[in-house]
Design a protein around this ligand. Structure first.
Ligand code: ADP
Length: 401
């Protein structure tokens, strides 16, 4: 069966079409600058890259162009060959603890949860509506980034604030990157041939979160009410004392939204280094002896180590630590520094193995008390798997098979 995985942003649409027999990507691509000047698409197919600057008025236009390309490149003969489309949805509120078939009610809910993800959820609705317009009969599934974190215990998802903030305004930890953490948990399950392990999944990219997982369930995660919480990130502060906000508001004559914008876009690696949000640049500057870059890198490492240590205790001893996403998969010195700081927990890594990037690799030594792996994440595949499962179940229920 062929399943498409979709990630829609306000001016972008990324797609991957999977052959679910072998879970390989047949074709993938990215539509950029939708609805603005200089729009373009880039498609990867058969080892080639096809790129074209073309007017893309809106997301419906992008979907139509994509379908036309699939047919003109003979990837499919007709749209009927696409068995389902899975949409990545950033926020599913407290309602969605798993992926669901998309109905009018689901679309309304995604839109209504925009208060929690104002930059993402409205764009996801645009993406879904674009598919509805271009291919009204196509089966579609919503895969929520928050869903995996819905099983957390109240003691982990509630903040120590007035309880009515939770009951009245839904103030709680929702988490993020759930689809990635779930993919990692599934991968580890496949490797270990069991599901009763205790895992700390470290998704560290430009955005990042750490997740404590036991028996394939999320126990706790570092991201919170919004993706501003938790570890330090490329441009995001992560956890800070909330009293800083009114203090700096007064000092700089800014309102709360402006300070939140500073915490989202001008903090983290970028804020402390006053140079770059990209860890590659930071590591390079550190090698040149730049003090602020060294400070930014050390703070970043410290925050990740803090969360791993916290979750090791929460899990009563983790069995496995996994590094994934841009930094976790590729940044050798950062992985090394994090692991060195975990030596008191009995973590020891093989420096040669840690030099390997781009593949699944066990970087811990035989005598390490916790196994440490690097596993490239694959959120698109997780979305496609969920979509396949739900589409198949519906077909079975309708006795089509
Ligand atoms: P996002 O959260 O936007 O998906 P990514 O997962 O792509 O972010 O991660 C971006 C981060 O990963 C950057 O800090 C970048 O330095 C780092 N990164 C990506 N590729 C490499 C690489 N080949 N070597 C070292 N660091 C990398």
């Amino acid at each position: 069966m062929k399943i498409m995985s979709i990630n829609t942003g306000s001016s972008s649409l990324k797609f991957s079409l999977f052959d679910m027999e072998d879970e390989k990507v047949i074709i993938s691509g990215n539509f950029e600058r939708i609805g603005i000047d200089d729009s373009l698409y880039t498609i990867k197919y058969n080892g080639e890259i096809i790129s074209e600057k073309i007017e893309i008025l809106n997301h419906t236009d992008a979907v139509k162009i994509m379908f036309d390309k699939l047919i003109s490149l003979s990837v499919i003969k007709s749209l009927d060959e696409i068995d389902g489309v899975g949409h990545r949805i950033v926020h599913g509120g407290s309602k969605y603890a798993e992926s669901v078939y998309i109905t009018d009610e689901v679309i309304d809910d995604i839109y209504n949860f925009r208060t929690f993800a104002p930059l993402h959820n409205p764009s996801h609705v645009m993406g879904i509506k674009a598919f509805l317009e271009a291919a009204p009969n196509m089966a579609m599934v919503a895969v929520f980034d928050t869903a995996f974190h819905q099983n957390m215990d109240k003691v982990n998802y509630l903040y120590p604030v007035p309880y009515s903030w939770y009951t009245e305004y839904n103030v709680r930890k929702y988490g993020a990157h759930g689809t990635s953490h779930r993919y990692i948990a599934e991968y580890v399950k496949g490797m270990l041939h069991k599901d009763n392990f205790k895992l700390i999944s470290c998704h560290i990219g430009n955005g990042g979160s750490i997740c404590a997982i036991e028996n394939m369930q999320c126990v706790d995660t570092s991201m919170g009410f919004t993706p501003l919480a938790g570890i330090m990130m490329g441009t995001r502060s992560g956890d800070i004392d909330s009293s800083i906000i009114p203090y700096v508001m007064e000092k700089e004559g800014k309102n709360a939204s402006e300070i939140i914008e500073d915490l989202n876009k001008k903090s983290g690696l970028f804020g402390l280094s006053e140079y770059s949000s990209d860890m590659r640049d930071i590591v390079k500057k550190c090698d040149e002896g730049d003090e602020k870059a060294i400070l930014a890198k050390n703070k970043f490492v410290r925050r990740v180590v803090d969360y791993i240590a916290q979750y090791h205790v929460l899990l009563n001893g983790a069995d496995v630590i996994v590094f994934t996403a841009g930094i976790g998969e590729n940044n050798i010195p950062i992985r090394r520094e994090i692991c060195e700081k975990l030596s008191c927990l009995g973590v020891s890594i093989d420096l040669d193995k840690n030099n390997i990037c781009g593949d699944v690799v066990k970087i811990s030594n035989h005598d390490s008390k916790i196994d440490v792996f690097v596993i490239p994440t694959n959120e698109e595949l997780m979305i496609a798997r969920d979509t396949l499962k739900i589409v198949k179940n519906r077909l079975d229920a309708n006795n089509v098979f």
